[in-house]
Design a protein around this ligand. Structure first.
Ligand code: NAI
Length: 332
């Protein structure tokens, strides 16, 4: 099939071309994000492949339908950037990669926790400069700490398992209960209990109208002073101005972010020679207890290989008229 692939980076092209040898699709790679101004670049493609910061809103879907697009193949798990109702209206089907490597994101979550706690990023720079002072580098034992996971799906569960290995008590809030998680020693609690009892809170739920700004002034007030918040889920799970205020008030002790609400204008690009105009983002960078990575939690070679494989399998199933096991639909 002819596939237009938006937001491509050299690493996408490498893995897509490698895996495509089994499938033989006709690939057209575009560097730009999909939005109202770029949808017109799709010509002669029934399939459009998207990533996290492509914007498939209703206007874009209308344009794509007019250009003959029949399938949106998301090469990610989250689908908050796609207007599913508009897709249904225009007869465009949507598939995603629900799981590629929960380990990649869970392990990055742990990297953020350990770095914030033990300050290895600061120690690395100090030692390079011959500064062996330990002032300001003191951490705490993870052993015995209570970690709350908001969302206990594939990534949350792997994160919980790893944290059990550190000797943490792991609490979870999720509307769906999973018996295997209980067997692993993870404890389901109410959201209020999780917020009140956790020393570290990590977000692993999808971004939905219900979870939008789930971390806000009110919920942060329910947390222990000095709490660590980690977000490898989606940026808009956190109300950024409220987070900045809570950091300034020294109520929140540490913040580790791999995602940011306004990341579409920043992440995945080298902006080191430019003026960044997002004041909230720049303010976050000034806190010594905030660590930000640019949406790299998924970025392992195992995950990229698996993403390409599942994306092409989804497209092959569509081409064959087979059951689309990874389809996402409005209202589900
Ligand atoms: P999943 O679908 O396996 O698990 C999500 C869990 O969240 C489910 O168990 C669901 O019941 C739960 N949930 C739904 N609404 C909730 C609510 N209101 N409160 C608490 N829990 C709720 O998804 P998976 O694979 O674990 O991924 C989780 C999220 O991680 C994705 O939606 C995506 O946004 C993000 N992600 C981030 C990546 C990165 O590179 N930073 C890469 C992959 C995913």
């Amino acid at each position: 099939m002819k596939i237009t692939v938006f937001s491509t980076k050299p690493y996408d092209i490498r893995f897509f071309e490698e895996v495509n040898q089994q499938f033989g699709h006709d690939l057209r790679f575009l560097k730009v994000h999909l939005d109202e101004t770029t949808a017109g670049l799709v010509t002669d493609s029934e399939v459009v492949c998207l990533f996290v910061n492509d914007n498939a809103n209703a206007a874009v879907i209308g344009q794509l339908a007019g250009r003959g697009v029949k399938l949106l193949a998301l090469r990610c798990a989250g689908f908050n950037n796609v207007d599913l109702a508009a897709c249904r209206e225009h007869g465009i089907r949507v598939v995603r990669v629900p799981a590629y490597s929960p380990y990649s994101v869970a392990e990055h979550t742990i990297a953020l926790i350990l770095t914030l706690n033990r300050k290895t990023h600061r120690a690395y720079n100090r030692v390079k400069e011959g500064n062996f002072s330990l002032d300001g580098l003191m951490g705490f034992d993870l052993h015995g700490k209570t970690v709350g996971l908001l969302g206990l799906g594939k990534i949350g569960k792997v994160t919980g398992q790893i944290l059990k290995g550190f000797g943490c008590r792991v609490l979870a809030y999720d509307p769906f209960h999973d018996e295997e998680a209980v067997r692993l020693g993870l404890e389901y609690v109410s959201r209020d209990e999780l917020l009140a009892q956790s020393d570290i809170i990590s977000l692993h739920c999808p971004l939905t109208p219900e979870t939008y700004h789930v971390i806000n002034e009110t919920t942060m007030r329910q947390m222990k002073p000095g709490v660590m918040i980690i977000n490898t889920g989606r940026g808009a799970l956190i109300d950024t101005p409220a987070l900045i205020e809570a950091l300034k008030a020294e109520h929140i002790g540490y913040v580790g972010l791999d995602v940011y609400e306004e990341e579409a204008d920043l992440f995945f690009e080298d902006l080191s020679a430019q003026i960044i105009k997002d004041d909230a983002f720049m303010r976050l960078l000034t806190f010594p207890n905030v660590l930000i990575t640019g949406h790299q939690a998924f970025f392992t070679r195992n995950a990229l290989q698996a993403i390409a494989q599942t994306t092409f399998e989804n497209i092959r199933d569509f081409a064959d008229g087979a059951d689309l096991k990874n389809e996402v639909k409005a209202g589900l």
